[in-house]
Design a protein around this ligand. Structure first.
Ligand code: ADP
Ligand code: MG
Length: 289
């Protein structure tokens, strides 16, 4: 049976917006010695915004590029997709409904807009569709969203993907609580990931990952004998949340899949809640020792 002290701890956590699905997870969170964070939507996505639209096609132009990309991204729940749609709206661009739409996991979207084939996402998405990605993003530190129209790379939309407030403080506090290793995993590119994580106190960054690669990265830490807590927003990281000893889902912008895959769910997107959960877990676990 779950010791009374743990039930009390779960109740206390719940009152502060931290839902823990059982006493076992309190123990595992108390014992975790590696904390793995997803980047987009977890450490970042503090209001991502389109900061620049670069068109490689003089016929298409910047506004038209953004209009087609926003149309393709209209039905996507990805935080970057929302930024693209918002970017078009704030520029007063009228965004049509796409004729067809498909979300390709961790890569982007594929849509038909006004008879044109539109791809919006990472370089892998374009390359796999046979589109040559022969230009590198100019603005390092921005998240590049590549746009292809009718089989050619038409431009790049740059999105400011800034850290959530309290990200650095949360990582420092986790280390003070005995976490040995902090890792950031991302489907984004390495240059952007490094720029965003500078001064964050992250020990390791792995970029250009697919959902299965995130699972493999966690398995690798576990093989080294580390007990892993994974924090994600669930857009592409539900399998990783399930693989870790403790999966923690962000609230607010988090998805249903994340809430289901997670052992601990935060009701808000406040990274400080992870530190609070860890402290509650350690205190209650120490009491029963
Ligand atoms: P992270 O692992 O950091 O949470 P994701 O795996 O969710 O990042 O996204 C990785 C990359 O996929 C983004 O940098 C972006 O280029 C691309 N991407 C995925 N879905 C979309 C979308 N709907 N719209 C635009 N870009 C997308
Ligand atoms: Mg994410």
């Amino acid at each position: 049976a779950t010791p009374l002290v743990m039930i009390a701890a779960i109740a206390r956590a719940a009152r502060t917006g931290i839902l823990i699905k059982g006493g076992l997870y309190l123990e595992l969170l108390a014992k975790a010695d590696a904390v793995v964070f997803d980047k987009t939507g977890t450490l970042t996505a503090n209001k991502p915004e389109v900061v620049r639209v670069q068109s490689f096609d003089p016929v298409v132009g910047e506004e038209e590029l953004l209009r087609l990309a926003a149309s393709a991204d209209r039905r996507s729940a990805h935080p970057l997709a929302k930024a693209v749609v918002q970017g078009a709206a704030s520029r007063g661009i009228n965004v049509p409904e796409p004729a067809s739409f498909e979300q390709l996991q961790a890569r982007g979207v594929k849509a038909t807009v006004e008879g044109r084939a539109v791809l919006v996402g990472n370089p892998a998405l374009l390359t796999e569709a046979g589109v040559a990605v022969d230009r590198r993003p100019e603005d390092v530190g921005r998240t590049p969203v590549h746009v292809a129209i009718d089989g050619t790379l038409a431009g790049i939309i740059y999105i400011s993907d800034t850290l959530r407030p309290g990200a650095r403080e949360a990582i420092t506090a986790l280390k003070e609580s005995g976490v040995k290793r902090i890792v950031m995993l991302t489907g984004d590119n390495a240059a952007t990931a490094k720029a965003i994580a500078a001064d964050l106190g992250v020990d390791e960054i792995k970029a250009d990952l697919m959902p299965a690669d995130k699972v493999a990265a966690i398995a690798e830490l576990q093989k080294k004998g580390l007990k892993v807590a994974m924090v994600g927003d669930g857009v592409n990281d539900a399998p990783a949340l399930a693989r870790a000893e403790v999966g923690i889902a962000m609230g607010g912008g988090g998805t249903q899949a994340a809430l289901e895959a997670a052992d601990i769910a935060l009701m808000t997107d406040d990274l400080g809640k992870i530190v609070a959960a860890r402290n509650i877990a350690r205190r209650s676990y120490r009491t029963i020792q």
